[in-house]
Write a protein that binds this ligand. Sequence first.
Ligand SMILES: [Zn+2]
Length: 340
Amino acid sequence: MYNWGLSVNLGKSKIVVFRKGGNLSKLDCFTFQGNSIEIVKEYKYLGVSFYWNGNFKNHFKERAASARIGIYSIWRFINGNSPIIAKFKVFDAIYKAILIYAAQSWGNIRSDALESVQRFFIRKLFNLPFNTPNYILLLECGRYSIFLSAFKLHLRYLLKISQMNNNRYPYICYKDGIDNNVGWFVELNKLSNEAGLSINLKTSHSLIEKAKYFEKLLLILHEQEKQSLFSSVNKSQFHLLYKTLKTDFLMENYMLDNNLPHEYVQLIFGARCESLSVKYKPWLKNNASEYKCIFCNSGESDTILHVISNCDRFTLARKKYFNSAYISVAENVLVMQKVY
Ligand SMILES: [Zn+2]
């Protein structure tokens, strides 16, 4: 750079000594034209915060904070009556530009800081309480984790650099990673094993073979994630209603009905995950008299099912919307599956 007639700003130039642990030796000092260059623990380069031990936690935290600001800035749009699909498209644009920025290099890392942004968006969008289970948030909207999008970018990048000229730095790093079992390669093998796949990248494979392998790996990881969400539904002790309601991974139909006002969509989601403001909460103790409905004399607990099925207070509304003064629990489940 110096030979090209460019000057170096030592105020902005820093050194990060990447290492697995331990303190720096006193001999670790760097100078440029007699001036020493400061050694720092962390440096932000092209928008990515690099930490001395290779940890991206700070980077993820910063990105998550920026994405939340992005979501707040479009709050009026989120809370308006435009289609839910359009709102998710805007969210997708935000998370692709901000959250998974530079995931080509770190996309094999799972980060709850990043995942929490998607959950935050869904909670805000549907006005759900903080304790709505994470699996319901994703399942109801048919959404996968942020990790899977990041990992896809990472795999695409690996594929790209594996085809580069042998003298290019990315290729040299790729080759070194494989030969010396560097972090990303260990992680790739771990995920492959979990997916029940095995490919030895140490031996040579054609571009097509590698592409097919990565595609299969992604497909299996998506499938595993779906299964894990449904297994959370089945294991749930409190959200028993949701077990009967949720049958497939797709975004629920009522969210796709553009004629439904936004607050109705919010109410339906709230009813399905039993988070509307009735007295009885599935996660509180059962059968206590203090949960009794005060709107009627039935003596029943004030539950979502009671309000929708047979509370006397709402017979007129039921006649109007369901054409019947009362509906059975079975009908109620059908109502919540198809929605009105
Ligand atoms: Zn009642």
